[in-house]
Design a protein around this ligand. Structure first.
Ligand code: UD1
Length: 420
């Protein structure tokens, strides 16, 4: 079993460089399937989710090589159109391959992603976007079979879903004619996907706004791209500095993508300064409660940062209310935080965090990616030793949680005795 052990209760101090963004690299890797040549992605984080995405590309007949943080994908001659069930089960976000496989191969077969740790994970918006472009889709025995040559059209998303926006963009670049995507997600990952597709020869405009327009049918060639910083990993380390009453700096970040998170941490008493590609935070010895934190699509407060910021605010003075508007089962870290002495009550979408004077170390288990990282955040501010298990969740999104927190001065070790 693998365990992270943290001796908490000491202010962190130091500097850490932020890894490339998991949620950017996955759709970028899916986009490489559309190229008739070789694509090079730099600053790719070393994550199990990235490994699974590479496995999918290989299973489709692409040649993929990884050297350090550089992944090279040769998609000149893909051979498959099916993602096997085990690969789909490893990573539900592999649904983002639906559009590119269909666009490139004329047919895509994947198993239905089903529910996940965060609750039901519907893909109705992905399906409806592809149908609007002319795909014929049948669902049978948990498999989705999509076929057809695509024609540009007008897609209206009822929710600005990140994955559906990406799938719509990735399929529309292969369609004949123009597509207009209304109520698109505005996350930085969409802007990054747009810029990569354009580097491949596509013509996509409006990424980062609610209306994205795509000129379809242009030939797509190889391109190079450097993956942007992971804003959620950055939010995690800012929360850890805050939870420990410490002071430190993150480099290689875009502070604008962190503004809703830093706003909450400043309200809680932290002093924060931002430079061109860095953010510096100094925390008081005791945080105070902040105004209600409501998760929302970008540029609102990210649902992925809810757990880590909550973990920081468990210890402090005053109450903070969280409202989780994006996913139904996103408070699974709460029971574990309570084992560490936190006072949190959950009622539906709402969690009320009453700050306590101190947290104490405990044996806790990560049950999802960001919830797992939240336990590490709480642990650096807790008295005594915390042991975290369930590390496979954390490994999906943090390439070096222990090294990074250690670089910030945390007393943290990982023990890998055998596979989990
Ligand atoms: C992406 C991120 C995830 C983040 C989420 C919200 C990746 C790999 N994952 O996930 O880390 O938490 O954005 O910022 O980028 N919905 C539907 N029908 C659909 C699609 C979505 O009802 O067809 C709903 C979802 O249940 C959810 C909301 O829309 O309530 C937003 O989900 P979405 O933006 O699609 O999240 P993902 O792209 O899956």
């Amino acid at each position: 079993m693998s365990v992270i052990q943290i001796q908490g209760g000491r202010p962190l101090s130091g500097s850490v460089r932020i890894q490339g963004a998991k949620n950017s690299v996955l759709p970028l890797l899916a986009a490489t399937l559309l190229s008739r040549g070789t694509c090079v992605l730099r600053n790719c984080p070393k994550l199990t989710d990235v490994d699974h995405t590479i496995d999918i590309l290989r299973s489709l007949g692409c040649r993929v090589e990884r050297e350090g943080d550089v992944v090279t994908v040769d998609s000149s001659a893909p051979t498959g159109h099916t993602i096997s069930e085990p690969l789909m089960r490893e990573m539900r976000s592999s649904v983002v391959f639906l559009g590119p496989i269909l666009g490139r191969m004329g047919r895509a077969v994947i198993s239905y992603p089903g529910g996940c740790e965060l609750g039901p994970r519907p893909i109705d918006l992905h399906i409806s976007a592809l149908r609007t472009l002319g795909a014929s889709i049948t669902e049978r025995e948990g498999r989705l079979d999509c076929e057809g040559s695509l024609t540009g059209g007008e897609i209206v998303l009822s929710i600005p879903s990140v994955g559906a926006t990406e799938n719509a963009m990735l399929s529309a670049v292969c369609a004949q004619g123009d597509t207009i995507l209304h109520n698109a997600a505005r996350e930085p990952e969409i802007v990054e996907l747009q810029s990569f597709l354009n580097a491949m020869g596509a013509r996509v405009r409006g990424g980062g706004t609610s209306t994205v327009t795509i000129r379809g049918g242009l030939p797509l060639h190889g391109a190079e791209h450097t993956v942007g910083p992971d804003r959620i990993v950055a939010a995690t380390y800012l929360s850890a500095l805050a939870a420990s009453g410490g002071e430190g700096e993150l480099t290689g970040v875009d502070w604008r993508q962190l503004s809703t998170v830093t706003a909450v941490l400043s309200e809680a008493g932290c002093t924060i300064r931002s430079g061109a590609d860095q953010v510096w935070l100094s925390a008081p010895s005791r945080l105070r409660g902040a105004r209600p934190v409501r998760t929302a699509p970008y540029p609102g407060f990210p649902t992925d940062a809810q757990a880590v910021v909550m973990a920081a605010l468990c210890k402090g003075e005053g109450t903070t209310v969280f409202v989780e508007n994006m996913f139904s089962s996103r408070y699974r870290h709460v029971d574990e935080l309570v084992r560490m002495g936190a006072d949190i009550r959950v009622e539906g979408k709402v969690a009320v965090v009453c700050g306590v004077k101190a947290l104490h170390g405990a044996q806790v288990r990560a049950t999802d990616l960001r919830g797992g990282a939240a336990l590490a955040v709480a642990a650096v501010g807790a008295e005594g030793e915390t042991c975290i298990t369930g590390l496979r969740h954390i490994d999906r999104g943090y390439q070096s949680l222990c090294e990074d927190l250690s670089g910030l001065g945390a007393r943290i070790v990982r023990l890998d005795t055998s596979t989990e």
